[in-house]
Design a protein around this ligand. Structure first.
Ligand code: SF4
Ligand code: SF4
Length: 432
């Protein structure tokens, strides 16, 4: 039987009710010198040096951009150590011993409203660049490049859909700090020249709709509205979200800006607010622990915090004697990891720990569920077969590059085949 689906249990209800614990007491903070987008990097501080919150401590280097690294606590530089980053890779990290005084660097001074009013587009772009801001929805794409679009922009859309199960980081931010999102959106509109702003959220979040709409009443001169979109998956994928919220169809692979649209994740917009108003880089993120293998908790913690500190604080693992499956990110698009000394980076939002063992793959029964469920209309089962025999021409013909790694094909497969892993590998292989 064909199991076509885009409705999946979102598993967020009990997570949304958890109190948010603000954790500032990490003894040591760890800053990866490289990242998935920046394979090279260097630090600019020495052992024994005292650093302050917001101070530049190094630079990560990507193919076409550089990203400054910032200290998120004050304290002493004490060396380097290897840990795991958001992508599951082992990376070299600079260590800062936290003095717990949280002393700000001299450059961290609020801008006045008048100063902000006078900012030019070029100045906005430079501020965002210097703060090292990247897409916090998971893309980690440099925000200043998006903001620097040369195309005329009609609308900036704040993506607060967060459609993947178990993720509540953006939800938590919008509920606790809606003004930061709104002001970040206003700044992005001003920088890009857009006359319209839209905040897109899931239809079922009526309490969030009320919260944002109520806050927007304090900004009567801004052309910003909240639009609700479907509850299904992957509604947060930018092309699906834009189609639903703005009724604009943008073909895959085309720049949104060519259609007059800029899309930022809501957490990214809040970080733009902090950079413009406070001259601060991203200091903290929400992180949620979920799954039956760990005590479920939500924290707000500094970038650079080691996950093992937070796991201990949460009360540790449940059923410690049972084998665990660890997923960094959501259950659909997250990364399986095999160690828990993970460093919180800009894009860390969730750790799922499950007691179940990984289900063994069975042979394909040719049910076609994966094909019918794929939101970009490619054929996962055929792509898997092409990858198994390393047929690059077939992979290209089957348009493996269109895969957005949403995980739906793996989810619906009755044989529990890890199709998304084949898609990832196939994409890498075809692009070599
Ligand atoms: S992971 Fe890729 S192939 Fe699988 S359903 Fe999503 S887009 Fe389609
Ligand atoms: S890979 Fe899985 S979902 Fe796709 S046709 Fe085979 S059994 Fe069905």
């Amino acid at each position: 039987m064909i199991a076509k689906t885009k409705c999946i249990p979102d598993g967020k209800k009990h997570l949304k009710e958890l109190p948010i614990l603000h954790y500032l007491d990490a003894e040591y903070l760890y800053y990866p010198v490289t990242s998935a987008r920046c394979p090279e990097g260097e630090t600019c501080v020495m052992g024994g040096q005292f650093v302050k919150v917001g101070e530049v401590i190094g630079t990560r280097k990507g193919a076409f951009f550089e990203q400054p690294m910032h200290a998120t606590v004050s304290g002493e530089v004490v060396g380097y150590e290897n840990h795991v980053d958001q992508s599951g890779k082992v990376v070299n990290c600079l260590i800062v011993k936290n003095d717990k005084k949280y002393e700000f660097h001299e450059s961290i001074i609020d801008r006045t409203d008048e100063e902000i009013e006078a900012l030019t587009k070029e100045e906005y772009v430079e501020i965002v660049k210097e703060a090292g801001l990247v897409g916090l929805g998971g893309s980690a794409f440099p925000s200043y490049i998006k903001l620097d679009s040369k195309d005329p922009i009609d609308v900036v859309i704040a993506n607060g859909v967060e459609c993947e199960p178990n993720l509540i980081s953006d939800y938590g931010l919008m509920m606790t700090s809606p003004e930061m999102v709104i002001r970040g959106l206003m700044y992005a509109m001003k920088a890009s020249g857009a006359k319209r702003g839209v905040i897109a959220i899931k239809k079922r979040y009526t309490e969030l709709y009320e919260r944002l709409s109520f806050k927007l009443k304090e900004f009567p001169n801004e052309n910003i509205e909240v639009i609700t979109v479907g509850n299904y998956y992957p509604q947060g994928w930018e092309l699906a979200m834009i189609k639903k919220a703005l009724n604009i169809s943008i073909p895959q692979g085309e720049l949104l800006s060519k259609y007059g649209v800029l899309n930022f994740n809501v957490s990214t917009l809040a970080s733009i607010y902090m950079a413009v108003k406070k001259r601060l880089p991203v200091l903290e993120r929400f992180i949620t622990f979920s799954g039956d293998g760990i005590h479920n908790k939500t924290f707000r913690a500094r970038i650079g915090t080691l996950m093992t500190d937070l796991i201990e604080l949460a009360g540790g693992y449940v059923d410690e004697d049972k084998p665990k499956v660890l997923i960094l990110g959501g259950p659909m698009m997250g990364t399986n990891i095999n160690r828990d000394d993970i460093v919180m980076t800009h894009t860390t939002t969730s750790l799922i720990v499950m007691n179940e063992e990984v289900l063994k793959e069975e042979p394909c029964v040719r049910c076609a569920s994966c094909v019918y469920s794929c939101p970009v209309q490619i054929q996962p089962v055929q792509i898997m077969n092409a990858y198994k025999v390393r047929d690059k021409d077939a992979l290209k013909m089957l348009e493996v590059s269109k895969c957005i790694e949403c995980g739906l094909c793996s989810y619906v497969c009755p044989s529990k085949i890890h199709l998304t892993e084949y898609m990832r590998s196939g994409k890498r292989f075809a692009s070599k």
